[in-house]
Write a protein that binds this ligand. Sequence first.
Ligand code: 5RP
Length: 225
Amino acid sequence: MDAKRLSAEKAVGYIREGMTVGLGSGSTAYYAIQKIGEMVKQGLKIKAVATSLKSERLAKQLSIPVCDPFHIDSIDIAIDGADEADPKGNLIKGGGGSLLREKIIAYASKRFHVMIDESKLVDRLGKFPLAVEITPFASAFTIKHLKALGCNPGLRKTNGDNYITDNGNLIVDCRFEDIGDPAWLDVKLKMIPGVIETGLFSNKIVTSIFVGYQRGEVKEIPVNP
Ligand code: 5RP
């Protein structure tokens, strides 16, 4: 079985009757949502909040009850993929462009389960370009300030047009190559006017990382059990 699917199926095993579940975005989250759909079909009663319009559509197709987060007091567990994870549990996310909603839901959840394949476990973050969501207004200034923090920034495009997030914003992919202090960088980035959110997720909000291996095994790395 695909290593992403293995990690996804393990991570959703913690979902119980009556829980409110945050649904992540991306191809690993797709496997998790499919599995949750099967569990719902077999009678599991849960509520879900989605971190992207794509995941919301998928959940609805699978008859998973999806709520507006505005009407939710707390989230029991959120499950999501990542682009990179270091051994301390810091993450780079946002390869799929859903980082703002993903971060809001992850921070609001009692448990945050991260699902990755072995290729995404790295000693230090930064090889994968860090996605930063910025306002379209005066974006050239914002990008100039991002560059001044030592990265090579590139405005994300799809089919030649600017990529637009579910929130109507732009994404800048920032190549840092090596991020020594993710928490410090996150603060510096968010001090730039025009930056809405970054794809740096602090280890403080991660409960466990589930690493799927090609050889068919899944290892759980507890971060804040
Ligand atoms: C989307 C994300 C994804 O979780 C991340 O990009 C990993 O994606 P995939 O599971 O497709 O490898 O952060 O914004």
